[in-house]
Design a binder for this molecule. Structure first.
Ligand SMILES: [Zn+2]
Ligand SMILES: [Zn+2]
Length: 366
């Protein structure tokens, strides 16, 4: 079928809207009409080749929509189902079998190769080859093919066009608090960076009934939103060292710290206010070459736990329906985190999100 998609042609260059042809679906795939798709930093760094993907490619990995066709081997999804598309995994390696599919041994191959695992293309234009199957979806498009493994059926009472980021960004922030760290009630958490991932971590910390939820964020509009979303304190790192400001609230340091910035100086400062036996979760990375310094004796004496986190350690098949239930119950005010743009405005949406005029842009393919 013919689709309209935003194509990434060259690093650092604007996306272009193009009419392309989608392959017919395989037995283990569904065809989804995309209702909304989130813009994630990972899309940008893929286009710009910090994550090497073949170009030109249709990116987009936070899609939500309705199923319009179901492959012959799938018997638990139907035409008309509302679905969120998440990352793809192989389903057969040790980590997939242990329900931690974000650490799938095949993760790069199935999400970034630009083709299906059998080498076939999901975008089948004659002439120039355009790569697809990004995160098993390539959802910067009116329609996407996705594999049964990365399609999650969701409750029809939730606002469908908003739900795509549950497949990546919101799942990452919320999963870090509710899964990776599993913060217990009355614990204290510092969340560094109040973008869409950090903000969903704030919301999750409130759901987890943390006692002190401290958001460190330089933008005043985001600090204000953080307070609305459940932060008990907000800190402006430009108003003085964050470590001093955290210590005034938590003299013994923070039990949990979640860094979304990936900035070494920020992370190294965070270690100075991590409590004994505290847990530091690392989500952000500014470049694959960046290291942090960690003092061994200090870390050992304090029993510090430092952990990298991908996709919030979540199993999308169970975690996304859980998040959708929080949305329906009013505990996850997703509509306050998103701003809608027609897909034709994709390049403006990227700039607005980068400059903080919106927290999470959702593109509407129309
Ligand atoms: Zn796997
Ligand atoms: Zn993402």
């Amino acid at each position: 079928m013919n689709i309209i998609a935003a194509v990434a042609r060259k690093p650092f260059e604007d996306f272009s809207l193009e009419e392309l042809k989608l392959d017919t679906l395989k037995a283990d795939e569904v065809l989804v009409k995309i209702e909304g798709v989130g813009m994630c930093h990972t899309d940008i760094i893929s286009r710009d080749q910090s994550i090497p993907v073949p170009l030109p490619m249709v990116l987009g990995h936070e899609g939500s929509g309705r199923i319009i066709e179901v492959g012959s081997k799938i018997d638990d999804l139907q035409v008309g189902d509302h679905v969120v598309l998440s990352f793809l995994s192989c389903g057969s390696c040790g980590n997939c079998l242990d329900n931690i599919p974000s650490y799938c041994h095949q993760f790069p191959e199935v999400n970034f190769a630009g083709t299906r695992r059998d080498g076939s293309h999901t975008i089948v234009d004659e002439g120039e080859k355009i790569y697809g199957n990004y995160f098993g979806q390539s959802s910067f498009a009116t329609h996407a093919l996705a594999n049964r493994r990365n399609v999650i059926k969701v409750d029809k009472n939730a606002p469908l066009a908003c739900l795509g980021p549950l497949g990546c960004g919101f799942q990452t922030g919320a999963g870090s608090v509710l899964r990776s760290m599993a913060c217990e009630p009355d614990s204290n958490i510092v969340i560094i960076g109040g973008g869409s991932v950090g903000m969903s971590a704030v919301i999750a910390a409130k759901i987890a009934r943390c006692r002190n939820i401290i958001l460190v964020e330089p933008m005043s509009v985001r600090r204000k939103l953080g307070l609305e979303m459940g932060a008990t304190h907000v800190i402006d790192p430009h108003a003085g060292p964050a470590a001093d400001q955290v210590r005034r609230i938590l003299p013994d340091g923070a039990q949990y710290i979640l860094d979304n910035t990936g900035i070494p100086a920020v992370i190294e400062e965070a270690i100075t206010y991590l409590a004994a036996h505290g847990f530091l979760g690392l989500l952000g990375s500014v470049s694959p070459e960046v290291d942090i310094k960690l003092n061994l004796t200090g870390s050992i004496l304090k029993g510090h736990r430092v952990q990298g986190i991908l996709e919030g350690d979540s199993d999308p098949e169970t975690f996304i329906p859980e998040l959708v239930q929080y949305i329906i119950d009013g505990q996850f005010p997703i509509e306050k985190l998103v701003s809608f743009y027609p897909m034709s405005e994709i390049n403006a949406a990227i700039i607005d999100q980068h400059e903080g005029r919106c927290l999470k842009a959702i593109l509407l393919p129309g």
